[in-house]
Design a protein around this ligand. Structure first.
Ligand code: E4P
Length: 218
């Protein structure tokens, strides 16, 4: 499973990238707002840090405008992935951009049928939103499972990008189901390393090591 980080905070991206944990980045208009930065400027900076795909979302809702915005975003860097909403115009733009050789991420997916449409439009990634479905009282993981089954049934190349991940358990279950990618906030990515028995074990080893009086590096 690839790890994408869901943020427009360049300091967090730089830190996680230096740990080798970032296979790509996803942003959205809310994350750009939170960053307080200009979308072109901050996206360029992210693309300079990360080698993998960096999703930048169009803000237009009609096909022609989406295509104009996509052209501007695509010029930022070679690793830009154009993020489009799951609407008929978004799917049309997805098809055109895919045909032009661009990477595409169809976002705001909340049903298996929507994911089927995105795959038929040639999306590189489909982004089902787990946390937001959970918030509305529907099990978001069921959607990941349904999409996995449908994509496998028909050998679609579209990759499942599990999004709106809120917990480390979301990451584990999405990986067990076989999501191709998980995008998560920096805090969730860092939390994956934590286990109380690791901390307790390390504490005991360090205490015993101190008693040996030895020093490995001299
Ligand atoms: C994905 O691309 C989205 O930016 C993101 O995962 C949305 O997460 P949220 O529901 O926590 O805002």
């Amino acid at each position: 499973m690839k790890f994408f980080v869901d943020t427009a905070d360049v300091d967090d991206i730089r830190e996680l990238n230096s740990l080798g944990l970032v296979d790509g980045v996803t942003t959205n208009p809310s994350l750009i707002l939170k960053s307080g930065r200009d979308i072109i400027e901050v996206t360029k900076e992210i693309c300079d840090i990360v080698e993998g795909p960096v999703s930048a979302e169009v803000a237009a809702t009609e096909y022609d405008e989406m295509m104009k915005e996509a052209a501007v975003l695509a010029k930022i860097a070679d690793n830009i992935c154009i993020k489009l909403p799951l609407t008929l115009d978004g799917l049309k733009a997805c098809k055109s951009l895919t045909d032009m050789g661009h990477k595409t991420n169809v976002t705001l997916c909340f049903s298996a049928n929507q994911a089927l449409l995105a795959a038929k439009a040639g999306a590189t990634y489909i982004s089902p939103f787990i946390g937001r479905l959970d918030d509305s009282g529907i099990d978001g993981m069921e959607l990941i499972q349904e999409i996995r089954t449908i994509y496998d049934n028909y050998n679609f190349d579209t990759q499942i990008l599990a999004a709106s991940i809120r917990t480390v358990n979301h990451v584990k279950i999405a990986a067990l189901i076989g999501a191709d990618v998980g995008t998560m906030p920096p805090s969730t990515l860092k939390a994956l390393v934590k286990h109380p028995l690791t901390d307790k074990g390390l504490e005991a080893f360090l205490a015993d090591w101190a008693k040996t009086g030895q020093n490995i590096a001299g």
